[in-house]
Design a protein around this ligand. Structure first.
Ligand SMILES: NC(=O)c1ccc[n+]([C@@H]2O[C@H](COP(=O)([O-])OP(=O)(O)OC[C@H]3O[C@@H](n4cnc5c(N)ncnc54)[C@H](OP(=O)(O)O)[C@@H]3O)[C@@H](O)[C@H]2O)c1
Length: 114
C-alpha cells in the first residue's frame, strides 16, 4: 500500500542520495508534490529535466525552490516560497550537505554541513 504523502521536500536533490530519493518517488504510481531544494538553478533544472524525461508522469510534480543551507536569507526566502506555493509540507528529507570530519564544537561548520 502506498503512503498518502502529498508534499515532500528533498534538500540537495540535484545529485547523489537526494537525487536518488526523488527518482524513487518518481517511480511511484501516485507521485507526491516534490520540492527539489537546491542551491544551483542550473544544476537543479538539469536534474529535473533528466527525471521528467525518464519519468514522464513526474511532469508537474517537481518544483525547484532555491535553497542554500546555512545562508539565512536563502533559508527564509525558501520557507516563504514553500508556504506561498504549497501552504504546508508533509515530509522533509534533510539531505543537503557534505560529509567531513566535523569538530562537534564548531557550530558554524556543523550548520553548513549538517
Ligand atoms: N554518500 C555517503 O556515503 C554518505 C554517508 C553518510 C552521510 N552522507 C550524507 O548524505 C548527504 C548526501 O550525500 P551525497 O553522497 O548524496 O552527497 P553529494 O553527492 O555531494 O550531494 C550533496 C547534495 O547536497 C547539496 N548541498 C551541499 N551543500 C549544500 C548547501 N549548503 N545548500 C544546499 N545544498 C547543498 C549539493 O548541491 P551542489 O550540487 O550544488 O553542490 C548536492 O545536491 C550528505 O549530507 C552527506 O553528509 C552521505
Amino acid at each position: 500500500m502506498e503512503s498518502i504523502t502529498r508534499t515532500i521536500i528533498v534538500t540537495g536533490s540535484n545529485k547523489g542520495i537526494g537525487f536518488g530519493i526523488v527518482e524513487i518517488l518518481c517511480r511511484r504510481d501516485n507521485i507526491p508534490n516534490i520540492i527539489m531544494a537546491c542551491r544551483s538553478k542550473e544544476r537543479a533544472e538539469a536534474s529535473k529535466a533528466k527525471l521528467e524525461e525518464a519519468y514522464p508522469k513526474a511532469k508537474g510534480k517537481l518544483t525547484i525552490i532555491l535553497l542554500e543551507v546555512g545562508v539565512e536569507k536563502s533559508m527564509l526566502g525558501f520557507v516563504n516560497e514553500v508556504k506561498e506555493k504549497f501552504g504546508e509540507v508533509d515530509c522533509l528529507v534533510n539531505n543537503a550537505g557534505i560529509a567531513i570530519n566535523v569538530d562537534e564544537n564548531n557550530e558554524e561548520l556543523s550548520r553548513k554541513t549538517a
